[in-house]
Design a protein around this ligand. Structure first.
Ligand SMILES: C=C1C[C@]23C[C@@]1(O)CC[C@H]2[C@@]12CCC[C@@](C)(C(=O)O1)[C@H]2[C@@H]3C(=O)O
Ligand SMILES: O=C(O)CCC(=O)C(=O)O
Ligand SMILES: [Fe+2]
Length: 353
């Protein structure tokens, strides 16, 4: 097995955990989507200034600033990231074009039960008793097979934009990963998989990557439901673009839920489970969720990035001080993906050393 798509084939979902409802037809939140107050936890608004740092990638201290943000909150916003704003706008407008289609049309691109890509609800859905106010489109490489079902004569624009965005995201994710390793004093030679994937040659060394388009339609009763339930991301890091509609929140021990307000032109970068494992829990795998708006649609685009699916990772000996034992055993990326898909937030406890 060598691709992320194949890794998900053995982890099929039921159709009821794939198919979104027709949000446009709902005038109230149906019981299936009502989340009780106790499952919410209020979001703190006492911090006028967001605690999440905004870092300029061109700053001469970027490595230190990013290293510190990864270690404290596990999330930061990135300016001057080199991704053309025109491309980000195109991705947003193509995503909006897709989500604006009728429910009947969108279902033509529905993810299959054993599939990893296509239209559907969040993969974490079966772990919760209620559904989320969310629909998504997962892309790995070219989305052409799904999109030609929707727009037989006009699929090129959507596909070109998404493929181009993934290429640019991969370069940025690689740059950030190198810089983060540097902040931990880990040299390029010690991360062989990263160098062997840079030239894009050979499927055996293809990184694990996916692009997720998320839509949270305006909701008639926004306090009754949840956009995306609390979760951590599985891979090394996630690079997220969010539109100007608020909603993303992170959980910080001692502070509770904190907003991550949209910053024009910036991308949100958060640490996932694999970085948490590699750093022996020095980097938090930040818990986050999305709440919805009563008036505005929220769109976001998340790029998930990790080592090749067959890569075996274990905590870096360099990050362990002499008195510290590794918290986690070695695990292949594909094994961890399977454990996560079956156990969600308990996944890390399955690989505890
Ligand atoms: C590569 C992936 C990460 C993801 C599962 C997926 O196969 C594609 C969708 C991703 C997403 C987006 C919404 C939240 C999330 C937890 C989910 O259910 O699907 C993440 C997954 C993840 O990080 O494991
Ligand atoms: O929409 C958002 O801001 C968050 C999306 C997210 O957490 C994800 O796709 O994993
Ligand atoms: Fe996420």
């Amino acid at each position: 097995m060598s691709t992320l798509s194949e890794a998900y084939e053995d982890l099929p979902l039921d159709l009821q955990h794939i198919k979104p409802v027709d949000f446009a037809s709902l005038e109230a939140v149906p019981d299936s989507h009502v989340w009780h107050d106790s499952s919410f936890g209020a979001c703190s608004d006492e911090h006028e200034k967001s605690l999440v740092p905004v870092i300029d990638l061109e700053d001469s201290n970027a490595t230190e600033l990013i290293g510190k943000a990864c270690e404290t909150l596990g999330v930061f916003q990135l300016k001057n990231h080199g991704i053309p704003l025109s491309l980000i706008e195109e991705v947003k407008s193509e995503a909006a074009r897709f989500f604006a289609l009728s429910a009947r049309q969108k279902l033509k691109a529905l993810r299959s039960p054993g599939g990893a890509t296509g239209y559907g609800i969040a993969r974490i859905t079966p772990f919760f008793s209620k559904y989320m106010w969310h629909e998504g489109f997962t892309i790995m490489g070219s989305p052409v097979d799904h999109v030609k079902e929707l727009w037989p004569h006009d699929h090129e624009r959507f596909c070109d934009v998404m493929v181009n965005y993934q290429k640019k995201m991969k370069v940025l994710a690689e740059r950030l990963t190198r810089l983060i390793f540097k902040s931990l004093n880990i040299s390029d030679e010690e991360i062989s998989w990263l160098s062997s994937t840079s030239n894009d040659s050979g499927s055996a060394s293809t990184v694990s990557a996916a692009l997720q388009l998320n839509s949270y339609p305006p909701c008639p009763e926004p306090n009754q439901t949840m956009g995306l339930a609390p979760h951590t991301d599985t891979f090394l890091l996630t690079i997220l673009h969010q539109t100007q509609t608020n909603g993303l929140q992170i959980f910080k021990d001692g502070s509770g839920w904190l907003p991550v307000p949209p910053v024009e032109g910036a991308l949100v970068v958060n640490m996932g489970d694999l970085f948490h494992i590699l750093t022996n829990a020095r980097f938090p795998n930040v818990l986050h969720r999305v709440v919805v708006s009563g008036t505005q649609q929220r769109l976001s685009t998340a790029y998930f990035y990790g080592p090749p699916i067959d890569f075996i990772l274990s905590p870096f000996s360099k990050v362990l001080n002499s008195a510290q034992a590794p918290h986690y055993r070695s695990v292949a990326v594909k094994e961890y993906v399977a454990i996560k898909a079956q156990n969600l937030e308990k996944a890390l406890s399955f690989i505890r050393a």
